[in-house]
Design a protein around this ligand. Structure first.
Ligand code: PEP
Ligand code: MG
Length: 577
């Protein structure tokens, strides 16, 4: 049956392909007593063998698409399967207690997990516990004859359907086959959306219940520009979506002509168009899309893609690769922003009621717990600084004291490295993200001490509106054009300029075509966005006159009461194609 849904348009692109459901199946079972324990052991053996075959296959695929290092987790899983001590105990339990293999397996593995998790200050053991839990799930699935989803093994054109995609799920998606994804939860600024734009995969998020409406193999049409999704479309609808896909491809080809062009407005003013990246691999996309700088390197992915804290050398290599890849163009590296929706399996942080308001980002870095981790990162950055034009940025700054403490670590480690005879660049700018309203209000004071600001609107809007950026029920409060937000942005830009500093923006708003005219009018110096939005923005800027945009922006912040009024007023000043 044909069904139409509307979600949040999160990543441009149009696709029609078969659904691949990435949802956890029901793995519940009953404990039953068995008399033929030999047959039960044979069931266990068969499930172990099937699990081993699956995992070997997943591992090989992961090596192909992600490399040896990222595939290491599957080696650990294979080792659990082959552990004679644990498997022996499961067989003993089947024989002695005369219970089914599922129950025996669960009892023994629960005991191992509890033992390992009890070693609280040993992250290695914590991880082994997670491995055992994962592998147990797979064996139980095989015992029950249920299939577990495996996104890395997708090998035909698909639309991935999920409740939510974690950054590691998203990283496993092979762009060659995954043409789009659609989720129940999430919004334009959730990390799955940001990742989709980097990978250039169409995405519609926040549909509420797509997982309940689609079956594996259903045909699904997705329009990531409008947010429309059709399950089992008619032939006409398929043709319509394909035509929309072709029109989008044509427009992209036109924008591509601007790759080596200057970013100038109709009256000849230059604005810097930069790109946001998550890993050194993204640099190709940055250069292919003609970005003039990296305005935000989210280094937390370096930590999230790793089995343990990345070492100073590992980090140094990543930062050097990015700086060299940009060939002397500026690179703004943000120190790690763990917390909120970004967790590290090997870093045991207490569960919080409000993780977005909790112990995260710079708050961890300047604490005793995070001191070593932070210094390691700063040293790696300082060592890499000689390979290009490095700028360092601290996330989630609320107080001047926090900035000063972080800057002091930077100065100390710089002095230490110099004393060790290590070369360090002398012109590294050190700035902050403005993503907490307190810092936006006090920007004039911050501007005296920092080298630059980069406005993180994803969080700034979340905190100003008190609306969780992951919760689609309050997504109507994500209002970049609301005059309250525009006034804060204006305050930050003016404060920077009064001290001769520059102000950029690296939140998703910087690449939002309806926001660009306002930001040009407010005098934003640097716009950092998904690399895939750069050329379209360059094309739009050519049509804008800075004086007219300044008048528009000024009227928006002084005369308008709502976001709708701001967009209505825009019609007097801007004509989109
Ligand atoms: C932001 O908050 O706007 C930002 C750019 O950072 P992140 O999306 O990584 O929180
Ligand atoms: Mg942020």
């Amino acid at each position: 049956m044909t069904e139409m849904l509307k979600g949040i348009a999160a990543s441009d692109g149009v696709a029609v392909a078969k659904a691949y459901l990435l949802v956890e199946p029901d793995l519940s079972f009953e404990t039953v007593s068995v008399s033929d324990t030999n047959a039960e052991e044979a069931r266990l053996e068969a499930a172990l063998e099937a699990s081993q075959n699956e995992l070997s296959l997943i591992r090989d695929k992961a090596v192909e698409s992600l490399g040896e290092e990222a595939a290491a987790v599957f080696d650990a899983h294979l080792m659990v399967l082959a552990d004679p001590e644990m498997i022996g105990q499961v067989k003993d339990a089947i024989r002695e207690k005369q219970v089914n293999a599922e129950a025996a397996l669960k009892e023994v593995t629960d005991m191992f997990v509890a033992l390992l998790e009890g070693m609280e200050d040993n992250p290695y053991m914590q991880e082994r516990a997670a491995d055992i839990r994962d592998v147990t799930k797979r064996i139980i699935a095989n015992l029950l004859g249920v299939k577990l989803p495996n996104p890395a093994a997708i090998n035909e054109e698909s639309v991935v359907i999920a409740n939510d995609l974690t950054p590691s799920d998203t990283a496993q998606l092979n762009k060659q086959f995954v043409k789009a994804f659609v989720t129940n939860v999430g919004g334009r600024t959730s990390h799955s959306a940001i990742m989709a734009r980097t990978l250039e995969i169409a995405a519609v998020l926040g549909t509420n219940d797509i997982t309940a409406r689609v079956k594996d193999g259903d045909l699904v049409a997705v329009n990531g520009i409008t947010g429309e999704v059709i399950v089992n479309p008619t032939d006409d609808q398929v043709a319509e979506f394909k035509a929309a896909g072709a029109a989008y491809a044509k427009q992209k080809a036109e924008w591509a002509l601007l790759k080596d062009a200057q970013t100038v407005t109709a009256d000849g003013k230059h604005f810097e168009l930069a790109a946001n990246i998550g890993t050194p691999k993204d640099i190709d996309g940055v250069n292919d899309n003609g970005a003039e700088a990296v305005g935000l390197y989210r280094t937390e992915f370096l930590y999230m893609d790793s089995q343990d804290f990345p070492t100073e050398d590992e980090q140094y290599k990543a930062y050097k690769a990015v700086l060299e890849g940009m060939n002397g163009k500026p690179v703004v590296v943000r120190t790690m922003d763990i917390g909120g929706d970004k967790e590290l399996p090997y870093f045991d942080l207490p569960k919080e009621m409000n993780p977005f308001l909790g112990f995260r980002a710079l708050r961890i870095s300047i604490s005793e717990t995070g001191d070593h981790m932070f210094r390691t990162q700063i040293r790696a950055l300082l060592r890499a600084s000689v390979h290009g034009q490095l700028r360092i940025m601290f996330p989630m700054v609320a107080l001047l004291k926090e900035f000063r403490k972080a800057k002091a670590v930077f100065e100390e480690e710089k002095a230490n490295l110099k004393a060790e005879g290590v070369a360090v660049a002398d012109d590294i700018q050190v700035g902050i993200m403005i993503e907490i309203p307190a810092a936006a209000m006090l920007a004039d004071q911050f501007a005296k001490e920092v080298d630059f600001f980069s406005i993180g609107t994803n969080d700034l809007i979340q905190y100003t509106m008190a609306a969780d950026r992951m919760n689609e029920q309050v997504s109507y409060l994500y209002q970049p054009y609301n005059p309250s937000i525009l006034r804060l942005i204006n305050n930050v830009i003016k404060a920077a300029h009064a001290e001769g500093k520059w102000a950029g923006m690296c939140g998703e708003m910087a690449g939002d075509q309806q926001a660009v005219p306002l930001l040009v009018g407010l005098g934003l110096d640097e716009f950092s966005m998904s690399a895939t939005s750069v050329l379209r923005t360059r094309s739009l800027m050519k049509t804008l006159d800075t004086e007219k945009m300044a008048e528009y922006a000024n009227r928006a912040i002084t005369e308008c009461a709502t976001a709708e009024e701001v967009l209505e007023l825009q019609k007097e000043y801007v004509h989109f194609d």
